[in-house]
Design a protein around this ligand. Sequence first.
Ligand code: ASP
Length: 451
Amino acid sequence: MKVCKFGGSSLADAGQISKVMDIVLADPARRMVVVSAPGKRNKSDTKVTDLLIALADAALAKKDTTKPLKAVVDRYASIAKELKLGEDIVKEIEKDLKARIASSKKDSGIFMDTLKAAGEDNSAKLVAEAFTKRGVKARYAGPKETGMILEGESGNATLNPESYRKLAKTFADFEGIVVYPGFFGYRKDGTVATFPRGGSDITGSILAAAIRADVYENFTDVDNVYPVDPRIVPEVKEGIDTMTYREMRELAYAGFGVFNDEAIFPAVQARIPINVRNTNHPAEPGTMIVQSRRVIPGTVTGIAAADGFCNIIIDKYCMNREVGFTHKLLDILQEEHVAYEHIPSGIDSISVVIRADKFTKSTENRVVARIKRELSPDSVLVTHNYAILMVVGEGMAFSAGMLAKATAALAEHGINISMVNQGASEFSFMIGIKSEDRVKAVRALYSAYFG
Ligand code: ASP
């Protein structure tokens, strides 16, 4: 059985929903369909989730909700009309939205999530209805009845692990096609909770893991995962056909846009193969993401670069002989609630790479003062506007000259390397550079490895 998740752009209008139904019906293994809320129909359009947030904001501010409510209802109404689903479903959606608006506003986070969840919930009901209208045996299944239990912060909820057992039991055996709304679930106290934005991917991944799907198909609006960001290297044509989970994770870490690495974690943990595919080009096989694959030695799978880091560089003569130096440094970071990303070190130096958005000026001042006071370094310096380049490929292991290619290409373009870090498993290395060199560096590495 396959779990197929369709993103907002795949459900933006009736034409897209018809494509979704064609895709699902083309393969009898596609039995569980996870849907997002309708997304943008064109660049200047607004996603239904954003319309719902505006509606919730208006309600919380005790403003007139007539207009923002109409904006949401109109989106569903136009889809229903084009799919010839009749008036009843639109009336039901409007009634559902009004009930949500009238619900308790005591906790504004819960209220906001209750409204946001309406996007996916009504999208699933509408798609189920569209299948039925085509004469297909399909039904809506909701998170409450099926056991998608969430916990934690509103808008940033996580899964209660008991859900896996409950979902597996619910879907141990079922007939026809199930249409399931992404993005939200219910806490044990019955309140609605949503995952972070883009969270329908998480729902799909959880369901795929729970029912032990053969494949988790994630339909979006790109043909493949590309070896480099096409916005940086527009000439990239060839996509990646197969990559491993850990390759995906490392590239996603450095800002690869297609997937949020945390979103696919449940499927990865359960070793479910993930297939990224395009709703608009269903004949394309897309990119498979799997536990292991055959590799061609000496090849790179992808290159990514993330911006927004800073680096604390600490020097101290004979640091290598000082027992507990790093421990004390990590204690300071922990006590100041600073998560670090990497700690490349030398004999007499150590640097700590941190995400800049987690390192405010006041935290920086406190951390630097404590390092000076408690570790007596020769120097401590914080550099800002730091980017991390990531070169990833299972094929790099045991192949000489992989890093040399990168350093030569960067040198040729006059890009200074401020740090190099290669993991022991040799399937990736990262290079620290100045933010201003990021785009130039990615292009240079792309032509070095793929040109
Ligand atoms: N509709 C939600 C969002 O726009 C969740 C999703 O599409 O995955 O973030």
